[in-house]
Design a binder for this molecule. Structure first.
Ligand code: 4GX
Length: 257
């Protein structure tokens, strides 16, 4: 079930440390993911290895040339014709958890990272299977977007998160924000951990957490609630939250108990 990820970039060094640390680093070490960077410049055949040029029609900036990218993609595809080719761009489909899950079922991803004003349109027409955006803001290149994508996708690969944890269990997976977490000390500068978490009453704790997750979601991301698949119990909790509420210092409504 190992996944291969090839990255086409002008800046392969950007990928070294982020992919070597922590969970991702361990996944690579264990052979669950195989990540390779390919420098597009190596596929520019002219003496100065030119990879960009001025746009036809004029305008500012430079455009990435089609030939080096085409050669790089064809070189990867000759080794593995099944690669799913993704271009990271603000014009793509916004990356969401269900897309990350779907991409994790591919055996081979090829991520194209653009710089400057982007790639020649013919790269998209001829080679790209899918265009993905990591959000409505402009980066200096596709590299960080590719890393975000790899990170989000990797969590769905069996074994990456460890045996006792799966990405499917994340509350975001159920379209809700996470409940608040606490660890020691019990009292930090007068702010105490909610007593219920020390009660040892697992049913009560679980109810409290569901209520907090619902409360946060309804206040911070009401858009998520409309697509959340809520149980009858959760719908009742939500009603309670809306009934007896005030707003606390974080702008979060607090149910008075
Ligand atoms: N989510 N960038 C792509 C080059 C570019 C410029 C213009 C197409 C048109 C981004 C994002 C992102 C910066 C990657 C510009 N490509 N990628 N790059 N947001 O901002 O994915």
């Amino acid at each position: 079930m190992r996944m291969r990820v090839d990255i086409l970039t002008l800046f392969p060094n950007m990928f070294s440390s982020p992919l070597q640390e922590s969970i991702l680093g361990r996944a690579v070490e264990k052979g669950l993911i195989q990540i390779r960077t390919i420098n597009i410049r190596d596929f520019a055949l002219d003496k100065h290895q030119v990879v960009d040029d001025t746009p036809y029609g004029g305008g500012q900036g430079m455009v990435m040339k089609v030939e080096p990218i085409a050669r790089a993609i064809e070189s990867v595809k000759s080794q593995n014709p099944s690669a799913w080719i993704v271009y990271l761009t603000p014009q793509g489909k916004p990356l969401q958890q269900d897309m990350a899950r779907r991409l994790s079922t591919q055996s081979h991803l090829l991520l194209l990272c653009g710089r400057y004003e982007g790639v020649d349109e013919r790269v998209r027409e001829l080679f790209i299977n899918e265009e993905i955006s990591i959000g409505d803001y402009v980066l200096t290149g596709g590299e960080l977007a590719a890393m975000v994508l790899i990170d989000a996708v990797s969590r769905f690969i069996p074994g990456v998160l460890g045996s006792d944890r799966s990405a499917e269990e994340d509350s975001f997976f159920n379209s809700l924000l996470e409940y608040p977490q606490y660890t020691r000390p019990f009292n930090f500068r007068g702010r105490c951990v909610p007593e219920i978490l020390l009660s040892g009453n697992h049913a009560a704790i679980s109810l409290w957490r569901r209520r907090e997750a619902l409360r946060r979601t309804s206040l911070r991301r009401p858009d998520l609630l409309t697509k959340a698949d809520l149980s009858e119990g959760e719908k009742k909790l939500l009603e309670e939250i809306f009934k007896g509420n005030s707003i606390d210092g974080d702008g979060l409504p607090i149910k008075k108990l």
